[in-house]
Every structure is written in C-alpha cells, then in structure tokens.
Design a protein around this ligand. Structure first.
Ligand code: GCU
Length: 835
C-alpha cells in the first residue's frame, strides 16, 4: 500500500521539499518499484572492518534499496550467493564462493557488476571498487534501469581528485557556497558531519582523493593540532575510499619551521620535510600526497634559490615516497609582471617555458598538474601545449567545477561540453593520435600515473555549490574523470533523473537549458577566443574588458581602436602557436585554418576581419551578445514552465537564479557591445547597440535627495550614469511623468553593493508596483563588489503592470551603509521585448 501511495505522489508530481543536500543520492522512490519483481532478499557485504568501503557499500545498498524500492534488506557479512546482493573485493569473494573468471580483467579501483534476477554480484578489484559498484547498482535502479547482464568498469586513470581552495580561517578562495566544511578559525574543524557527507557524494562518482586546503597554502596547517585534525578528516573519508591530501607552502621550513632557508637542495630543509611528512603519515597512514603551487602569483618556490622546479617537486617526492604518496606539482607557474609593451611576451607560453628541459627529471611519484588551457580556466581556450611537451613525466589535467570566471554559480553554465572538447582535442604529437584524454591517462606516453583534479570549492551551503543546477558539473566531473569518452548530454540526463526524477518535461527542459548554457555564456561574455572579458583585477565576475590589458597579468586582448586579439603566431607574434606539435602549430599559425572560436586567441586582426561565417569580427561580437543574452532570457521561461513539476523549494531557488542571470546577461551584453562600439567606432548593422527606446534613464528623472553619478567603468551603466542618494541617511526620490498607456513588464536596473542593503519602492501615481532590497549578497553567495560596476549591476522586473498616460513614476530609495540606493534605468517593456 505504501508503495502505491509513493508511486501516486511521484506520478502526480507532488513531491516533498528538498534542500539539495542529498544531491544525486536522494534515493527517491521510483514509479515502477512494484514491477521490479525479482528483488534480492538480503545483502552480503564481505567486509573486514567497519571502516572498510565494503562495509559502507553494504550500508549504502540497504539505505538505497529501501528508499528507491521501498524494501528493507538485512545486511550480513556472510551468507549464500542466491537471491542476494553480494558485495566485496574479488579476493574476498573468491575465498568464500570460488573463482570468478568473468572478473579477470579488473584493474585498480575497477568493479564487476552482474545482475541476474534476484542475484546481484558487485565485485571490486579493491574495497573502493566494490563501493563504486554498489553506487553504480543504486544509480541504475534509481533510474529504473532494471536490465540484467554483467559488465566490468575500469577507471580511465588512477588519479581522480578534487582540490578545495579552503583557507585556514574558513573562507574559500573562489568559493561561492559559504564557508569551508574542512577548516575554521585557523584549525581543522571538529565537526565532520559534512565532510562525511561530501565523501559519500564523491565516492558515488568515483573520486578517490581530496586536497582539503588552498593551493595558496598556509603553513600553519602543519601544526600538531592540525595534523591531528587532518587525521580526523581522513578517518571520515576512509570508509568512502577517499584519501586525503594537502597543499603545501613551499616556504614552510622557513616560515613555520624556524629554519633560515627553504632551499630544496639544503639537507636541513629535506630533513625538515621528511620529518613533518613522517609525522603526518603516522596520523594519516594512507595520505594521498601533496599538492604544490610554487613560484606562481607571489608564492615561494625553488626558483627563489635558483633551483629548478624539478628540484622543488622531487624534494617532496622523496619525503612521501616511503609512504606510497604522490606529489601533484602544478604547472600553473608564471610571472605576473610581464611587459605589456613587449609584443612577443605571452603568459600562455609560461608553462612550456618554465618546464623546458625538465621533462624526465621528475621523480616517478611526481605528477605535473596542468590547467586545461594555457591561461586560466577561461570560457574558451585551446588545450595547454604542455600536454604534448612532457613525454617522460606523468601529468594530470586540472579543471574547475567552481565557476570562477564563468558566472560564479549565479549563471547556469554546464561545463561538461567544454571539458569534452579539451579531452577529445588531438594534439598529434609525433603526428600520431594524441588526444588530451589519452595523454593525461598516461596511455599515450606510457606513464604509470595520471588523471585529473578539479577545483570544486564546496561550502556549508546545503546545495554544496550554492546552486542546485551547478551540481551537474560536480557529477559530470567525477563520471568523466572515470570515463572521459562518455557524452556530456548522457551524463547530464542521468544527473537530472537522479536529482529531479522522471518527468519528461523536466528532463527535456533542463537538458535543453544546460546544453545551451555554455555557448550562451560564451556569446554574452567573450567570443572568438578573446577570453571571458571578466574583470580580472577584481572579482572575476562581471564585465570589464579594459582590465585585461595594460598590466602584467598577461590575460591580454590587445584591443585598440582598429584591431583586437593576441598575435600568437611564430612569424609575427609571441610564438605560442609553435609550442604545439607541428600539425597543430600549422593550423593555429594560419589564420585561414584557425577555427573562428579561437581566432582572437591566436591572431591580432582588424575589427572588420571577415569570419568563416561571412560576418565581421565586430558584428559577430554584437550579434553574439544579443543572441547569448536572449538565450539567458529564454531560460527563465523554460524554467517557469516546470512549476509544479519540481518541489517548490528547489523550483523557487533555481527560478531566482535564472531571473538574476537573465538580468545580468543584459548587463554583460550592453557593457561589452558599448565598450567595443566606442573603441572601434563601428556601429551595429542592426542598430541595437546604444539604442534603448524603452528605457527611462534615472539621471533624466526629477531628483530629490538623489544626485547623478558617473559610473566607472562607464559601460556598466546605461548612459554611463547612475543616480545615488545625496546622503547615506536620507531617502531619495526620482520621479517622471509617463506619457503612454498599456500593460508592460517594468524592469529596474540598479546596483547591489556589498556593505549595505538599501530599500526601494517603485510606484505609479502612488500605486505601489513593488518593493525590494539590495540584499543579493545574502542570496547569491558570490564575491560581490563595493562599487557601481559590472559586478553589482543587476535588474528586478515587475510583470504585467497596467500603466496610464499621465501616471507619475516614482522610485524611493532608502540608502543603507555604503549602498546609496543606486539606480540606473527603468524599462517599460511591451510583451516580447527585452531592453
Ligand atoms: C587563478 C585564481 C586564483 C588562484 C589561481 C591558481 O588565478 O584567480 O585565485 O589562486 O588561479 O590556480 O593558483
């Protein structure tokens, strides 16, 4: 009877509120549960100890089957193999039940899964593999994939880690979901509840390592108290087959250990590292290893002592080697003071230049961790040329789940298609097939180690990443680290089913939105390989293309009034194209063979340069920004169509973000178009840029207690000007007469700063249309701004408002703190118009 009720509730779409904390492991009852006849009657978990992942697998199977199919199964450590789910390692299975030839091809962490009526075998090559198999079985039944049969699944690569950029004080660098779950007030946290839950989540997508602290590392993590804390974290992760690792500060022997040097070739320094490493391993015997950021963005490193990067990496490698640990040494080494006036200077060259001559000089347990592109997690980059330069060194690819440059979880951007393009890119090393995915697995250059790491930055927010929809990226990361050949859309649809259930419309809508999201974001941010055009000098969020140039950071666009793009050719530019193997170098060297989407990455061209599409560069910019922003508007309608099909809690939270994204996409569109139209003086053929017939500029209204303020950067405001109250204590009013009638959506563009929560009221002839507060800092979770700029610019819309000619439009703004109730413009939008 219970099943019937559950089925009914699910089928008619009345589902309970959910906070996202269970992510894709909700184990929600499936509609067809009762038709799954041949359910096993018990679970046999061939585990040795309670901290074994096999024990966890038994518990998880019990919990999952109960939730999904509504049947309580007992878990035993012995029993028969009939009508049972047997889970264990191959060795344990063979000891009890005899040979299992079908599982002969299992590799480390792999699993064998066989489903035959009521007999289910889940056999891991090791304990971790057995747990992965259990999660795979649960994922299948949770998606009503009840097919019988058997298969082996082995990982693409041994290293499948996350990196968390958590600071000792509990903040998270580029984290958008609240404070750390690992660290607090200078110490490792005592409360491991969320750590355990996170380990469970990651184990279900076959992640096997977590680096728990920021690459910009603080040596105080090495204190005795914190080493004890790391032990606690590792104990929480161990039952999930996840090994803990830490980031190190290269100068620790000096800054923390009291030595007068941190020279990697100084025996005293080596001894210091060996000693501290032994201390950590005595508390965390299975520690995965170390992650090191050296000589990058002000971090100390071996170059300080004229030692090589290999000298630095090998020092750590020797310390962890006796314990079986590895060192992930980051390739993100560059000088952030390069000379803009030097046409041939190029940050994109840094990795290959810095690692030049070092291939083969790293110890066997060192893995060079390479960001997917040569610069820094931009919306579009070619793969890093370092992937094809290191032949005798193990490498891993570094991805970002946290959307640092890609909308900070406030914009929907499904990243798997971006990763997929990189994975499948064939670098043609030695003119042979050399896909990036075959290089980082170790296969192409026959390296024993390899894999991937993703910067995830989960926080205490119940949704883990601050946004429900952003969780598809974490899910996809794990699944694709295990098997990069899988299609992003297939991964996404599994995630949708597990996260939101079986409704067809929900599936189609979220699939459509997600698959359009990266192209849309690229369209309304930075096109043709010019990078994201975010403000690189502040929070990496809103638009500010001027911030890219004229500084030492090397994220240059080299845009002037005639032309734009980095000339990375060998014949006339930075030579970066020549860092790729010859076939690829030729493609990028030649403007005709460079794909449009990387044109400005490799070439400096006039704005009037025709693309393969026939459009000019500048017209493409205009069109793409209008198109991308329009797609972001359509996401709102698409999402709204799901009302009632998804629990109210998640529906509302996602709706809020989609509405926000739609507004901010317009800020992006107008800012970038305005900026390049000003720079190039070339008008938009379609006459949209700079023409906003539906807007009433706040600065043109009658102001009392408000004053005009020029905005910097100027294109962050329509007409380059906003209004702010004249004091931070008294409300201001802006009024104007309306000369038209009809039904309109009224959109108000304003600025929402951190450091105040101004209040606003919008009325028409004293009929209140709406009230709101500038409190996005509480709701969005991303690094906000204290200025009127492209980060803080935002929009609120009031739908279907009746307007009479003669109405007096009035906005009253009550300032708060530094937020002087800033207003930009008010649009009266007839149906179907976006302006
Ligand atoms: C980016 C990011 C930094 C980070 C760095 C890194 O530059 O903005 O916050 O420390 O990458 O990957 O080390």
């Amino acid at each position: 009877m219970l099943n019937v009720w559950l089925c009914l509730l699910v089928c008619i779409g009345i589902v309970t509120a959910e906070d996202g904390s269970q992510a894709w492991l909700r184990y929600a009852p499936v509609p067809q549960a009762s038709s799954y006849q041949s359910l096993p009657s018990s679970i046999v978990a061939l585990n040795s100890t309670r901290s074994s992942p096999v024990y966890t697998a038994g518990q998880e199977l019990q919990r999952g089957v109960k939730g999904i199919l509504g049947k309580q199964l007992s878990v035993n450590s012995t029993g028969k193999s009939e009508s049972t789910i047997v889970v264990g390692t191959l060795n344990a299975y063979q000891e009890v039940f005899g040979n299992l030839d079908d599982a002969d091809d299992l590799e480390e962490d792999g699993f064998y899964l066989s489903i035959e009526d009521s007999k289910v075998l889940i056999i891991g090559q090791n304990e971790r593999g057995a747990l992965y198999g259990a999660f795979e079985y649960l994922s299948r039944i949770a998606q009503e994939m009840f097919e019988t049969g058997s298969s082996i699944s082995n990982p693409h690569a041994p290293i499948r880690w996350t990196n968390e950029w958590d600071n000792m004080d509990g903040s998270i660098e580029r984290g958008f979901a609240g404070p750390s779950i690992f660290l607090k007030n200078g110490y490792v946290t005592d409360n491991i509840t969320r750590v355990t839950e996170y380990a469970r989540l990651l184990a279900s997508i076959r992640i096997n390592g977590i680096i728990v602290n920021n690459v910009n590392a603080n040596a105080t993590l090495l204190s005795s108290r914190n080493i004890e804390g790391l032990g606690r974290l590792a104990d929480a992760m161990r039952p999930y087959g996840i090994q803990l690792g830490i980031s190190l500060n290269f100068a620790s022997p000096h800054d923390f250990g009291g030595l007068d040097t941190f020279d990697p070739l100084d025996p005293e320094v080596d001894a210091w590292w060996a000693n501290i490493t032994n201390k950590i391993y005595s508390r965390v015997p299975d520690m995965a290893g170390y992650l090191v950021k050296a000589n990058s963005e002000g971090q100390p490193g071996p170059l300080t002592y004229n030692r090589t990067l290999a000298d630095g990496a090998n020092m750590f490698a020797k310390a962890v080697e006796p314990h079986g640990g590895i060192v992930m040494f980051r390739a993100f080494v560059y000088d952030n003071h390069i000379s803009y006036s030097n046409w041939t200077a190029d940050r994109a060259n840094a990795a290959v230049d810095f690692f030049n001559g070092l291939d083969g000089k790293f110890d066997e347990n060192v893995v060079v961790q390479i960001k997917y592109g040569p610069i820094d997690f931009q919306v579009r980059e070619p793969p890093s040329p370092l992937f094809s330069a290191l032949r005798n060194t193990s490498v891993a690819i570094e991805l970002q789940v946290t959307q640092e440059y890609l909308g900070q979880q406030c914009h929907l951007v499904y990243l798997a298609p971006l990763w997929k393009e990189i994975f499948e890119f064939d670098l043609r090393a030695d003119s042979r097939p050399s896909k990036v995915k075959e290089i980082f697995s170790g296969e192409r250059f026959r390296r024993p180690l390899g894999g991937s790491a993703a910067v995830v930055n989960v926080g205490t927010n119940t949704t883990w990443l601050g946004s429900h929809l952003a969780m598809s990226n974490l899910y996809a990361y794990g699944i694709m680290a295990w098997d990069p050949s899988i299609e992003p859309e297939a991964v996404l649809q599994n995630w949708i089913r597990l996260t939101f259930g079986f409704d067809r419309q929900v599936m189609d809508t979220i699939t459509d939105m997600s698959m359009k999201s990266w192209p849309a974001y690229e369209n309304y941010t930075g096109n043709l390989g010019i990078q994201t055009l975010t403000d690189i000098l502040y929070t990496h969020y809103g638009p500010n293309p001027a911030s890219q140039d004229n500084n030492g950071w090397g994220q240059w666009t080299r845009a002037d009034q005639f032309s734009i793009g980095m000339d990375r050719t060998v014949k006339n530019g930075t030579g970066n194209a020549g860092q790729y193997p010859p076939e690829i170098a030729r493609t990028f060297e030649n403007i005709d063979t460079t794909p449009d989407n990387l044109l400005l990455w490799f070439h400096h061209v006039p704005y009037t340069q025709p693309l393969k599409s026939g459009k000019t560069v500048i017209q493409h910019f205009y069109d793409a920004h209008y198109e991308g922003a329009a797609t972001a508007q359509s996401f709102v309608k698409q999402w709204d169509s799901l009302e009632g099909q998804i629990d109210a809690e998640r529906f509302k939270e996602i709706q809020f973000r989609q509405v926000y994204q739609a507004g901010h996409a317009l800020v992006w569109r107008d800012f970038i178009n305005e900026f390049y139209r000003n720079l190039s003086s070339i008008p938009d053929e379609a006459k949209r840029v700079g023409h906003h017939p539906y807007r009433i500029e706040a600065e043109n209204m009658t102001l009392i207690g408000y004053r005009r303020q020029a905005v910097t950067p100027a294109p962050a405001a329509s007409g380059y000007t906003a209004i702010v109250t004249t004091s931070n204590g008294t409300a201001g009013t802006a009024t104007t007469n309306i000369s038209f009638s009809g039904t309109f959506d009224i959109a108000v563009n304003y600025f929402d700063l951190i450091g105040g929560k101004a209040k606003y009221e919008l009325s028409l002839s004293n009929r209140t249309v709406g009230t709101w507060a500038g409190d996005l800092e509480d709701k969005l979770g991303h690094a906000p701004s204290t200025f009127l700029d492209g980060h803080s610019a935002t929009r609120i819309t009031f739908k279907s408002v009746q307007v009479q000619a003669g109405d007096i439009l009035k906005v009253v703004g009550q300032p708060d703190g530094i937020e002087l109730a800033p207003l930009d413009y008010i649009s009266f939008l007839p149906p179907g118009v976006v302006d």
